[in-house]
Design a protein around this ligand. Structure first.
Ligand code: ZN
Ligand code: ZN
Length: 326
């Protein structure tokens, strides 16, 4: 677990930042890139700070609610268009579970959108407001000096590891038969998920599995608002990708979590590290879905280049045949 960094240790944090920026283990190019445009971002940030002087909490709300929220709804708006119409086909051709959600059920979709908006406004929003004084206690989220590019990278790696551990265990706990029925079943109503199902969950699950694993990292590190905004936006977009049902080129593979929605008792984590350690991905590793679990670096859908084996009863179903993962 990462260590807490109270305000009096902020100097130590800065020396860690310097260390991160000087480390030969980290790529030099991004640092130079950031160096070239660093003044630009620093000036923008200082303009924002002077605009909201005395009301930094407004900047905080913009950074943790508005920007990540726009990322989420902007991205999922595009995905919903594909889910409802099947167009454009250059996206829908990358569908993982073939012949499912074509088109997505409008009644089920409306009900899910209501739950997502409820979770965002009644749970996420107050939790992020409550986080603010705690962030001010462990750091200075609206510090005048922006963190370096390398430090943001280091933080993102740490946040991801913290999220992987906390999400894995809380998610696995919610698969205990008693908790599953009461809490987690809702999220699993979608065996063929779509992007916004990433935050379609029972309120208890949304607090414990979705929000806390994402908030603990920035809180423990006393992070700057810029890191937190990048982190929350990335989490929402990556989580939407892992639920979206399309294995799109040059984006993270959604096969792992899609398989979890299909089979329920495999692939509980985000990265797959914890599943590897606990052996909860053994079945997954024997499937074609596992072979497809890579970043697609071309334009041929992986469902065509690595098709599921044909069904025993149907001889010529081919890659467009029903029931993948059989
Ligand atoms: Zn899910
Ligand atoms: Zn689950």
């Amino acid at each position: 677990m990462v260590s807490m960094l109270p305000p009096d240790l902020r100097g130590e944090r800065h020396s860690m930042e310097e260390l991160a920026s000087q480390s030969c283990l980290l790529p030099r190019y991004p640092q130079r890139f950031w160096g070239a445009s660093g003044d630009f971002w620093q000036t923008r940030w200082e303009t924002l700070l002077s605009t909201f002087e005395g009301n930094e909490w407004i900047l905080y709300i913009i950074g943790v609610v508005l920007v990540p929220g726009l990322c989420f709804w902007g991205f999922n708006g595009l995905l919903l268009m594909v889910d409802r119409t099947g167009k454009p086909t250059f996206i829908s051709r990358y569908r993982i579970q073939l012949d499912k959600n074509e088109p997505v059920d409008p009644v089920k979709l409306r009900q899910s959108i209501r739950t997502v908006i409820f979770n965002q406004s009644v749970i996420s929003f107050p939790m992020l407001v409550i986080l603010y004084p705690f962030l001010k206690w462990t750091g200075d989220p609206c510090c005048r000096e922006l963190p370096t590019f390398h430090w943001i990278l280091v933080e993102l790696v740490l946040f991801t590891l913290v999220q992987e551990i906390l999400f894995y265990y809380s998610h696995r706990l919610f698969h205990h038969p008693k908790l599953f029925k009461k809490v987690h079943k809702k999220h699993h109503e979608w065996t063929t998920p779509i992007g916004l199902i990433s935050i379609y969950a029972d309120p208890i699950e949304h607090v414990v599995s979705n929000m806390l694993p994402v908030m603990v990292g920035p809180l423990a590190m006393g992070s700057h608002l810029s890191s937190i905004t990048v982190w929350l936006s990335l989490v929402l977009i990556v989580s939407s990708i892992t639920h979206c049902g399309y294995h799109l080129p040059f984006l993270p593979s959604p096969e792992f979590h899609d398989y979890h929605h299909l089979k329920f008792n495999q692939c509980y984590g985000v990265l797959g590290v914890m599943d590897h350690l606990h052996g909860t991905d053994v079945m997954f590793k024997q499937t074609k879905a596992y072979e497809r679990h890579v970043i697609l670096l071309g334009f041929t859908p992986l469902s065509e280049s690595i098709p599921d084996p044909p069904k025993k009863t149907g001889s010529a179903l081919g890659p467009s045949g029903p029931l993948p993962h059989q």
